[in-house]
Each structure stands twice: as structure tokens, then as C-alpha cells.
Write a protein that binds this ligand. Structure first.
Ligand SMILES: Nc1ncnc2c1ncn2[C@@H]1O[C@H](COP(=O)(O)OP(=O)(O)OP(=O)(O)O)[C@@H](O)[C@H]1O
Length: 325
């Protein structure tokens, strides 16, 4: 199937300004050569530790950021260098849901105004038609019709995320970048929001790039999962294969950290050495070598490329010593 979204060798390097004249002598390589693709109606889970560049990647794809280099192809058109003016039609089709809805929703506007705003910007319908659409959106996300006159602070965290979701689907997009949409919510509410996202996906044929720092969250909702470490994808493939038979030691350590519900089943936690290095000065060769239990000389010298792993059900892995744990 032709991908809806294709990202090739994408880089986002933030200048680090220092000294009296705030000159940029260094760069934070937040995203440093990412390749990925998402098919229509598919969910790609993007997982990695805090600071590995997930949000930056999501913001490049939605073109909140102008990437430093690389390609972002949406419906076969490279949008990575598009000017703001030309991006308007695209902003209808690619939306974003944020971790903290309170921060992303305008606190001085009522829910009705928040949901009507994108319809006004994109000149959709007259006032009456827009109000009808707002009522329909509230219904779709499971909020009462009377919410239109209320303000975001009057809602609970989960309800606020429902407002964020309603706003994201208002323009009938085909791709939504979900940036840790349930991380700030209680566990019981998390599953309600995840279920809502799955229902809407089926109803509206939405594709999701679902960002999370926790593999357990994306496990049940992702068709495929990509694991990110220090600005790069280190392993990806169908969710089921990635859980059952991960080949990258970093994926293996993330999976070993997921609590096992059955107390009789033993889980061998794979602990990593040290902390995540700085993306300002990433390690040579394989970026993961400083923390990797399998690292040898070649890992310090040569950067591994993503390579298909035979008999793993479709995993691609960037590791000189890829193999089962
Ligand atoms: N606007 C920005 N300007 C400069 N540096 C930034 C900016 N946004 C992010 N960074 C840096 O880029 C790196 C990646 O950050 P990013 O937020 O993308 O990671 P993340 O994986 O989403 O982490 P988290 O889960 O904590 O949000 C970090 O070192 C961060 O400090």
C-alpha cells in the first residue's frame, strides 16, 4: 500500500546558543536521520525515553517546526520545505493531540469557540452549519452537548483530552500525531481515552503516529512500533513481532521493564549502564554502545544501519549484534 506519510533521513538540529554573543557553536541533534512510514488507517507507535526526540519528530511532521534537512512526504508530496501559506490545506489533513490539553486549549475560549475555530479558519460552512458540526463532534467524543458554553478548566483531565481530540478531528484529517495523549492521565482514564481513539480510528479511517515513552501504552493499539534512541530509529516492525522477538538490546531492555501481570511468570529485567548521553554530543558509531551490554569495538566505530532481520516476522534493526536476548 502507498504510504500516507513517508519520512526520509529527517534531521532537526537545534542551535545551542552560548557565550556573550549567543553564538550557535553546537547543535542539539534532537532528530538525526529518521526514516519511517505510516499507511492510511494505520497506527505507528513511536517509543523511546524522555529526550530522545519523539516530540520534535512529531512537530516536524505536523510542520510546527521546519526541519533542518530530509524529506517528509505526505500523500507523495514533499512538505518539509513548504511555506506557511502553502501549508494551510495540509493543516486540515494532519493534526496533533498534545499531552497536556490544558496547555494546548485556549483557556479564555469556551469549548464551543475552541471547536468552531478550525472550521472558521478553513472556511467551512455558515454559523449554523458550524454549530451543528460542533454538536456532532462533542457527541463523537462522548461529551454532553451543554459543554459548548463551558471553559476548559471546568473539565477533568480525561474530559479535556476529549476536547483536544474533538478539535483534532474537526477538519476530518487523515493523520493525527498523538504526542503522549494519555501520559498525564490516571490509569483508568487512560484506557477510556485509548478506546475512544481506537473507535474514532475505525469510524474515520484515521492514521495515528502515537508517541509514548512507555511500551505498555502503545502495545494494544499499534499495528507497528518504532523504537527511538537519541534521535534515531533503532528497531521497528509489526507490534506483535517486536514484543515476541525483539532483536535490539535497547528494545529488549524496554520490554523487560514492562510489569508482568502473572506473579508466577518470571521477568528478567535488563538494566542498562549509565544515563542517556546528550544529543549535543552523541557517541560515535552506534549511539547506544555506551549503555549496551553487547557492545564491542565495531560498535564504537561504525554506525549500524537498519537491516531486515530474517525469520522475525518483519523486524528491521540497527545493531551490529542483533539477535534474541
Ligand atoms: N524548541 C527546542 N529548542 C531547543 N531544543 C529543543 C527544543 N525542543 C526540544 N529540544 C531538545 O531536543 C531534544 C529532544 O527533545 P524532545 O522533546 O523531542 O524529546 P522527547 O523524546 O519528546 O522527550 P519527552 O518525552 O521528555 O518530551 C532534547 O534534548 C530537548 O532538550
Amino acid at each position: 500500500m502507498t504510504p500516507l506519510l513517508e519520512v526520509n533521513d529527517l534531521k532537526m538540529h537545534f542551535p545551542v546558543r552560548e557565550g556573550l554573543f549567543l553564538r550557535a557553536s553546537k547543535f542539539n541533534r534532537a532528530v538525526d536521520g529518521v526514516n519511517l512510514h505510516v499507511a492510511p488507517g494505520e497506527t505507528l507507535g513511536l517509543v523511546g525515553e524522555s529526550g530522545c526526540g519523539k516530540s520534535t519528530l512529531g512537530r516536524c511532521i505536523t510542520r510546527l517546526y521546519q526541519p533542518t534537512s530530509g524529506e517528509i512526504k505526505f500523500r507523495d508530496q514533499d512538505i518539509s520545505r513548504m511555506r506557511n501559506r502553502d501549508l494551510l490545506p495540509l493543516r486540515r489533513d494532519i493534526q496533533m493531540i498534545f499531552q497536556d490539553p490544558l496547555e494546548s486549549l485556549n483557556a479564555r475560549h469556551t469549548v464551543g469557540e475552541i471547536l468552531e475555530e478550525p472550521l472558521i479558519i478553513h472556511k467551512m460552512g455558515n454559523r449554523q452549519e458550524r454549530q451543528k458540526r460542533v454538536a456532532e463532534l462533542l457527541n463523537q467524543v462522548g461529551l454532553p452537548a451543554r459543554s459548548v458554553t463551558r471553559y476548559p478548566f471546568e473539565f477533568s483531565g480525561g474530559q479535556r483530552q476529549r476536547i483536544g481530540i474533538a478539535r483534532a478531528i474537526a477538519l476530518k484529517p487523515s493523520l493525527i500525531v498523538c504526542d503522549e495523549p494519555v501520559s498525564a492521565l490516571d490509569v483508568s482514564i487512560q484506557s477510556q481515552i485509548l478506546n475512544l481513539l481506537v473507535e474514532l480510528q475505525q469510524e474515520l479511517n484515521l492514521a495515528y503516529l502515537f508517541i509514548a515513552h512507555d511500551l505498555a501504552v502503545v502495545k494494544h493499539i499499534s499495528d507497528r512500533i518504532a523504537i527511538m534512541y537519541l534521535g534515531r530509529i533503532v528497531e521497528s516492525g509489526p507490534g506483535e513481532a517486536l514484543y515476541r522477538n525483539p532483536q535490539h538490546p535497547y528494545t529488549q531492555s524496554l520490554i523487560s521493564a514492562i510489569p508482568v501481570p502473572d506473579p508466577h511468570q518470571k521477568s528478567q529485567r535488563i538494566l542498562l549502564k549509565g544515563d542517556v548521553p546528550s544529543p549535543i554530543n552523541p557517541p560515535s558509531g552506534c549511539r547506544f554502545h555506551t549503555r549496551c551490554p553487547r557492545a564491542t569495538q565495531i560498535c564504537k566505530e561504525q554506525e549500524p544501519v537498519l537491516t531486515a532481520q530474517p525469520e522475525t516476522g518483519g523486524l528491521v534493526t540497527a545493531c551490529h549484534h542483533a539477535g534474541p536476548a
